[in-house]
Design a protein. Sequence first.
Length: 97
Amino acid sequence: MRVNLTKKEIINSMYIQLGFSKKICENLLEDFFSILINELIKNKKVKIANFGTFVVRFKKKRIGRNPKTLEEKIITERNVVLFKPSYDLKKYINSNE
């Protein structure tokens, strides 16, 4: 079962753990996201120690196929963001199973 984590849930968690007002927590989260996005646009790579690395990669155009109808369409070229977790994050996640 897939569970989505919303910004509202993150803000509530920050509010409970840090004790700041919800407005301040919302501003902190929005500022973090804007810094992350701006750095990805500028440098194409953002590394957060003990967490992981976000990388912008360019994908060429290619032919895609609808699996139901087998209709072929061209998927346009675009930039995508990839995330590679750090060794520490992988180790932490696997130790809590």
